[in-house]
Write a protein that binds this ligand. Structure first.
Ligand SMILES: *Cc1c(COP(=O)(O)O)cnc(C)c1O
Length: 393
C-alpha cells in the first residue's frame, strides 16, 4: 500500500475506499449452490433451500418461526399489515427510511420520537412523550446492533395496548440480556441486504415465537400458500427465492468468521482513534454479543476542530468515502417533513455521526490509512497542505 512517498489528494495507486460494509460469501460455494438450483429447476415458491434457511435461522436465533421474504422493507410491511395494526406507530426518525416507509405502506401513520443520546435508540421516556390514543404500535430499531430497552418498551406497550414490533435489520447475531435478538415483541424483522452482516444480496425475515403471528405472516407473503390459510387483511408476493436462500445459507455458515473479522476491524479503528479528542464512539453494551457491522462515531466540533461534514470532505480528498448516517433524519425528509417535529437529539446525531469504511473489502492497511487521514485532518483543520502526509504517517 504505502510507497513511502508523499501522495497527492487522489494518487492513482490508492484505491477508493467505500463504506460498503460488504461481507462476501465464498464464490465457489455460491456457484455450486446455484448449479444445484438449476439441476432441481426449483427456483422459488418455497423451495428446499428457503425451507432449510428458515429452519437454520430459527435454530440459530432460538425462535419458533422464521419467515423469509424478498427484503427487509417488505418483511416489515407484511408484518405490520398482518398484525392488523391501524392508527399510529411510534418510531425513531434516526433510522433508515425503510422503517417508516414500510409502516406507511401498511397503512399506519409513523409518529417520530426522539432517541437516547448514548444508545441512539428510542426509550420509554421518548416513546411515552409521542404516544396518543391512536398509538397501536411501537417500532424501535436496534441501531448499530445495539438492542433498545426491550423490557421497558414491552411494558409500556402492554400498558397502552400497543404492539412492540422491533426493526432488527442491524442486529442479526446480537443479544439482549444474553438472548439473541429475534424473539422479542410480537415479532422482529431482519434485513439480509448485501450491506448487512448476513448477505443474501437482497432478503429479509420475520421471526416470532407467536404461532398466530407466524401463520398470518406466512399466509400474507404469498398469494397461494400451500401451508396455511388464515384470514389476513391483504396478501402480496414477498417470497424469497432459492438463489437468495442459497447465498444466505452460505453466509450463515460463515457468519462467525465475518463477525470475528468485523470485531478486529472495529478494535483496530478504536485503538487508533481512541485518543483523538472530539471523536465519540458508541459503546457496545457490556456482556452482550454484537456483530460489529457498523463503525460509526460522533464528531464533536468543539474538541475535534472540524465539523462532521468538513471531516468527510477532507477524507474524500484522499479517496476515502465516509458517509453521513442517517442524513437527513426521516422527520426532515419527504413525505414526513410536511409535519413539524421537535427532535433535538436526533438532529444532533444527524449532524455529527459519520460511518467509516468497513467490511470484508477493507484491509488493516486501509484502516490505518483512514485513521491517519482523520488524525492529519485534525492536526491541520485548515487543510492548507493537502497531500503532505503519506498514508500511515
Ligand atoms: C437495511 C434496513 C432496512 C431495510 O432492509 P432492506 O432489506 O434493505 O429492505 C430496514 N431498517 C433498517 C434500520 C435498515 O438498516
Amino acid at each position: 500500500m504505502s510507497t513511502g512517498t508523499p501522495k497527492g489528494p487522489s494518487a492513482p495507486d490508492e484505491k477508493q475506499l467505500y463504506v460498503g460494509q460488504l461481507n462476501t460469501p465464498s464464490t465457489d460455494k455460491v456457484i455450486d449452490a446455484m448449479n444445484g438450483i438449476f439441476d432441481r429447476r426449483f427456483y422459488t415458491n418455497h423451495g428446499p433451500l428457503v425451507a432449510e434457511f428458515e429452519k437454520r435461522i430459527a435454530d440459530f436465533l432460538d425462535v419458533k418461526h422464521a419467515i423469509c421474504m424478498t427484503n427487509g422493507t417488505v418483511a416489515l410491511m407484511v408484518a405490520a399489515k398482518s398484525l392488523g395494526l391501524r392508527g399510529e406507530a411510534v418510531v425513531p426518525a434516526y433510522t433508515f427510511p425503510a422503517t417508516a416507509q414500510a409502516l406507511s405502506y401498511a397503512g399506519l401513520r409513523p409518529v417520530f420520537c426522539d432517541v437516547d443520546p448514548d444508545r441512539h435508540t428510542i426509550s420509554v421516556e421518548t416513546v411515552r412523550a409521542a404516544m396518543t390514543d391512536e398509538t397501536t404500535a411501537i417500532v424501535p430499531v436496534h441501531l448499530w446492533g445495539r438492542a433498545c430497552d426491550i423490557d421497558g418498551l414491552q411494558a409500556l406497550g402492554d400498558e397502552a395496548g400497543a404492539a412492540l414490533l422491533p426493526d432488527a435489520a442491524h442486529a442479526f447475531g446480537c443479544t439482549y440480556k444474553g438472548r439473541k435478538i429475534g424473539g422479542f415483541g410480537r415479532c422482529e424483522v431482519f434485513s439480509f441486504h448485501a450491506t448487512k452482516i448476513l448477505n443474501c444480496t437482497e432478503g429479509g425475515c420475520v421471526t416470532t415465537n407467536d404461532d398466530q403471528v407466524a401463520f398470518a405472516v406466512r399466509t400474507a407473503r404469498n398469494f397461494h400458500d400451500q401451508e396455511t390459510f388464515v384470514d389476513v387483511p391483504l396478501r402480496v408476493n414477498a417470497k424469497m427465492s432459492e438463489a437468495q436462500a442459497a447465498m444466505g445459507l452460505i453466509a450463515l455458515d460463515e457468519l462467525h468468521t465475518h463477525i470475528a473479522r468485523n470485531r478486529e476491524r472495529y478494535a483496530r479503528y478504536r485503538g487508533q482513534l481512541s485518543d483523538v479528542p472530539g471523536l465519540r464512539f458508541i459503546d457496545h453494551a457490556a456482556g452482550e454479543a454484537s456483530n460489529y457491522q457498523y463503525v460509526v462515531f460522533q464528531v464533536e466540533e468543539a474538541d475535534f476542530g472540524l465539523t462532521r461534514d468538513q471531516l468527510i470532505a477532507r477524507l474524500k480528498d484522499r479517496g476515502i468515502i465516509a458517509r453521513r448516517y442517517f442524513y437527513p433524519g426521516l422527520h426532515q425528509a419527504f413525505p414526513y417533513s410536511e409535519d413539524h417535529w421537535t427532535l433535538p437529539v436526533t438532529d444532533r446525531l444527524c449532524d455529527s455521526i459519520v460511518q467509516v469504511p468497513s467490511g470484508d473489502m477493507v484491509t488493516d492497511a486501509d484502516i490505518d490509512r483512514v485513521c491517519a487521514a482523520i488524525r492529519s485532518a485534525r492536526k491541520d483543520p485548515g487543510g492548507s497542505r493537502p497531500g503532505m502526509d503519506s498514508p500511515g504517517a
